[in-house]
Design a protein around this ligand. Sequence first.
Ligand code: GAL
Length: 356
Amino acid sequence: MSPRIVLVVVSLLLSVALGLTLSSGSETGARNAGDDEVTIGLSLDTLKEARWQADRDMFVQRARELGASVEVLSANSDDTVQISDVEKLITNRVDVLVIVPHDGTAMAKAVRMAHDAGIPVIGYDRIIRDSDLDLYVSFDNERVGALQAEYLVENLRLPARIVRIYGAKTDNNAALFKAGQDRVLEPYIARGDIEVVHEDWAEDWRPENAKRIVNAAITAHGNRIDAVLASNDGTAGGAIQALLEEGLAGRVLVTGQDAEVVALQRIAAGTQSMTIYKPLRTLARGAAELAVRLANGRPIIARESTHNGAIDVPSVLFDVVTVTRDNIVDSVIADGHATYDDVYRGVPEGERPPRP
Ligand code: GAL
């Protein structure tokens, strides 16, 4: 943990003990007189999934509102590129680094390089393992997995046979989603109410890799599959393509995550059963505010911590929501994450829920 954070955490513990916040800045991290203009380096794994483009845009917008500038680089899921992106941002003397690691372990080197240059590092959405990471800002990812599995055990006719598609092995979140799912499924598996007939990890979260996993499951088990526990909407999309080819789409429950518009359309049409909505606006704006505060040496309130294999990283974790056919309008549409017309484009007027 960098000296800056130790100071902040100690002062925070003191302030909590004293019931005061020792900051002299406004709560949002807005610039104060005498604050230099902050430059943030944002290093992304990829912009392939729709969510990362939204994260980038909302993060940059909030940073600008706070008087900060952001240099964005995307590594296209290549670790060597991401390390050289971080080297570039350090050479450009950014004040704080915000990283979505492609490989949470490979990027430990990036944290060391940044600290050697006196630059604090925030892990955005995904943690960086085995390093002295300063701050982790994400959603409660174990809860994401638990809610996905809870949906299945509450909606499946038991006993049931399921296929499990985990995310990228390089992504620590994939392990957290699986851990949350395992916690819920274990008693059902132990009783024989749920049988996992096929399971695998989808490299780089690629939909085509998920499709291959379900193709293999159908080859081995025919149509004797009751559900696919897919860890995000991208892999759910790949799974549903495989199910469509076998005429099984809509008859097999399929989970997801990210509330992508295409997934919401599938839920409205009935080929996907649910997704997990993670309010990206809250994460992106919150992370931008925390980045500016960190760059200005202001205290940060991190109520949680997450062990990354080396330390307990101070963490800010936001909550998530299960979205099904029944609450699309009241959740993602009400929150402005998606529009009614986009979601129900393929659904005949008469079969749509009332407009909000
Ligand atoms: C995870 C992220 C998910 C998911 C996935 C693929 O780390 O939390 O929202 O989409 O990456 O990008």
